[in-house]
Design a protein around this ligand. Structure first.
Ligand code: SF4
Ligand code: SF4
Length: 295
């Protein structure tokens, strides 16, 4: 493990980042962010955000104060709970009010829990200062390419500054905002993980470029995830016949990137309402606080 000591100290009880910790500590996602401000071609918006969570799953949305009550109930039953994340079902900053209210309240009533947020990054720069002020230590940004011409194939549109934009223009804005946010966060000591969805034939050459650029900007880990394109998910990519990468292709791009940055391999793509240790699902124990529906 070649991570600096300061980073090691921040991840030692975080189940997602430390191979050791994922056996002992638990995480929980609270599904408070329901809307999205972009349209990825691998997403079907009837389901949770495919940037961080498992495809084909529908989480029941919670209001911020319901989410806080649920966290407190879970913390009582699962003392090894160390991290609470906001990872959908949409984008954390498309409904920034809900996300920030949840974070503010949690940092007040449960200051010992680490807070994590994941986002497509479009509206992240303006929230960096507030996230840091509220003690958020971990942020995940999904960056699939640095090239606008490739981005135009991955994102159908973005909603930005009161307008719906598409094509290379939209991708250029999104990529610029993502990179700006990564630099701002790392300069303030926040641990940044970057997710990239590997779409064979579309962003193959982009993966290592993303690894290098985010390493330069201070991110500490790169999570390269395979595109999931099952016909039953009804995404733009699956309708267009876009295939998933093979295991060998995924290994090859991860291997190429591992020369630049630490590559995450044990991300389980948890639901936006996951509870428990990684690989464990304790949602059923807390059904009265929000019954999850499974697609
Ligand atoms: Fe779907 Fe997430 Fe992309 Fe939004 S950011 S379109 S919720 S995958
Ligand atoms: Fe951790 Fe990945 Fe699950 Fe998020 S989706 S809680 S990073 S294992």
């Amino acid at each position: 493990n070649h991570l600096p000591m300061a980073v090691q100290a921040k991840i030692e009880d975080h189940p997602c980042y430390s191979d050791e910790a994922h056996n002992y500590f638990a995480r929980m996602h609270v599904p408070v962010a329901s809307r999205c401000n972009i349209q990825c071609n691998y997403c079907n918006r009837k389901f949770d955000c495919a940037n961080e969570t498992r495809p084909g799953v529908v989480s029941k949305r919670l209001k911020p104060l319901e989410a806080v009550d649920k966290v407190l109930a879970v913390a009582k039953e699962i003392p090894e709970l160390s991290v609470v994340g906001i990872a959908g079902p949409g984008d954390a900053f498309a409904s920034a009010k809900q996300t920030m209210q949840t974070i503010t309240e949690l940092s007040r009533v449960a200051p010992n829990l680490k807070l994590c947020v994941s986002t497509n990054g479009l509206m992240l720069p303006e929230h960096v200062d507030e996230l840091v002020a509220k003690g958020v230590e971990h942020v995940t940004v999904t960056i699939n390419t640095l090239r606008p011409e490739v981005g135009a194939k991955i994102y159908a549109w973005i909603y930005y500054d009161g307008q719906r934009l598409s094509g290379e223009k939209a991708a250029r804005i999104l990529i610029g905002r993502q990179l700006e946010a990564v630099s701002m966060l790392t300069q303030l000591g926040v641990l940044v993980k970057v997710n990239t969805v590997y779409i064979p034939g579309v962003n193959d050459r982009c993966i290592v470029e993303v690894s290098r650029e985010i390493q330069r900007r201070g991110a500490f880990i790169h999570n390269v995830m395979p595109l999931i394109s099952k016909p039953e998910f009804g995404t733009a990519f699956s309708k267009a016949g876009q295939r998933e990468p093979t295991a060998a292709e995924l290994d090859a791009v991860r291997e190429e990137s591992s020369g630049s940055i630490q590559i995450m391999k044990h991300c389980r793509l948890c639901r936006a309402d996951a509870i428990g240790r990684l690989g464990q699902d304790k949602r059923a124990m807390f059904e009265s606080a929000g019954t999850p529906s499974v697609a």
